[in-house]
Design a protein around this ligand. Structure first.
Ligand code: PLP
Length: 361
């Protein structure tokens, strides 16, 4: 089988060196004679690994000491419930910024747990897609928190400036852009991310939460969703997703050796520029999102002649460029180019797109 570049939005490709290391250690991890996934999460050797993974993530993101890092179950959607359960006390409301399909889904779930104030910031016209600048969001100064999704995986919209919420805790769903560029964690009350896009395999969710926000969960909060319970038990109140945690640790090591988030951000910028230039410079492809709000992780594009869609997909697949089909609600194509996607993968895609356009003029 020749080399494949997998553009899947999630679960997404993992760095090749990480997969090779996992394979090498699969049956016999650190001379235990067992696989990581066969060991107790309470064993010393596992705990040492788990603590190192957390320490590496803290270093990568410069997470301040007054934040807890939790390794949870339940994916991004699990946090759609956990956030209001933990942070929305009775009698308060929360502001939810809607910029695309994931932030909308977060609202639908949060509505089950309290009063949600929806702020739609999409500013679409016939020709272009953009978002209301965060300085103009009509925020409630009394809100318990403000929730937003800085990278809309389906729509390809990104909010790159961190909104100023005037002291109201800011909660971000970073499932598809965590670790993709440097951020100041101290500007957030809580950050969460399902692992399967930029961190590791599915089944693990990272939560980074400021300590003063713990301990106000609604009474009905299941204990496995309670941040305080998780924090008090080092994310081992119940059995954590042990293998996913281990693989995430390998990804953190890989990223550290590459030079950290600053270094990968440069590569991510170069990859996105290459692909957007190819789209904008062609007569066949288009992306109508305003430059400022274009995602660097998920790049949707549409063929002006939609009758070529199936051909584009089957021919790209045949040369090892896989999973380019756009999300069903937006159609067209989508290239997800997370940290693990090398520049060569994007170059291969751009070359294919140019040739395909020439062949179909
Ligand atoms: C993928 C994704 C989710 C959902 O993640 P699950 O782990 O499938 O629940 C939520 N938010 C964003 C931004 C995503 O990209």
């Amino acid at each position: 089988m020749s080399e494949v570049f997998n553009f899947c939005a999630g679960p997404a490709m993992l760095p090749t060196p990480v997969m090779a290391k996992a394979q090498q250690e699969f049956i016999n991890w650190q001379d235990t004679g067992s696989s990581v996934m066969e060991l107790s999460h309470r064993s010393g050797i596992y705990i040492t690994m788990a603590e190192k993974a957390e320490a590496d993530l803290r270093a990568l993101m410069s997470i301040p000491d007054n934040y807890k890092v939790l390794f949870c179950h339940g994916g991004g959607r699990g946090q759609f419930s956990a956030v209001p359960l933990n942070l929305l006390p009775q009698g308060k409301s929360a502001d939810y910024i809607v910029s695309g399909s994931w932030s909308k889904a977060a609202v639908a779930e949060a509505n089950n747990f309290g009063e949600i104030n929806v702020i739609n910031i999409n500013q679409d016209t016939d020709k272009s897609s953009s978002l209301l600048d965060s300085s103009e969001w009509p925020l409630d100064p009394e809100a318990a928190y403000v929730h937003y999704c800085p990278n809309e995986t389906v729509n390809g919209l990104e909010i790159s400036n961190i909104p100023d919420t005037n002291g109201v805790p800011l909660v971000a769903d970073m499932s598809s852009n965590i670790l993709s560029h440097e951020i100041d964690v101290s500007k957030f009350g809580l950050i969460y991310a399902g692992a399967q896009k930029n961190i590791g395999p599915s089944g693990l969710t990272i939560v980074i939460v400021r300590e003063d926000l713990l301990g106000q969960a609604q009474i009905a909060t299941p204990c496995i969703m309670n941040y305080k319970t998780a924090a008090d038990n080092d994310s081992m109140y119940n059995t954590p997703p042990t293998y996913a945690w281990y693989l995430a640790g390998l990804v953190f090591q890989w990223l550290t050796e590459l030079g950290g988030v600053k270094a990968i951000a440069k590569v991510n910028k170069a990859k996105a520029e290459l692909l957007y230039q190819a789209i904008d410079g062609s007569d066949l492809y288009m992306n109508h999102i305003e430059t400022e709000f274009r995602s660097k992780m998920n790049i949707p594009f549409w063929l002006k002649d939609e009758s070529l869609n199936d051909k584009f997909l089957s021919e790209s697949e045949a040369v090892g460029l896989t999973a380019l089909k756009g999300h069903r609600i937006v159609g067209g194509m989508r290239a997800s180019i997370y940290n693990a996607m090398p520049l060569e993968g994007v170059q291969a895609l751009v070359d294919f797109m140019e040739q395909f356009e020439k062949r179909n003029r």
